[in-house]
Design a protein around this ligand. Sequence first.
Ligand code: ZN
Length: 63
Amino acid sequence: MTVKAEMDASADEYTTYAPSGETCPMCMKPIKSLERVRRGTLERPSAAPVVIYRHVACLKVAR
Ligand SMILES: [Zn+2]
């Protein structure tokens, strides 16, 4: 599993609010509607990239 957005700050990554029902893959917790998240894309070898949302706080912990 490769998260491209963590290796280079691509232009399609930005801070936003996630749609309801999204789960943060860093902490595996559901994202609340008013939590700020970092949008990124998860590339898959045999399918289209998936848009993922991660808590801003989770990204700080990981770095
Ligand atoms: Zn999280």
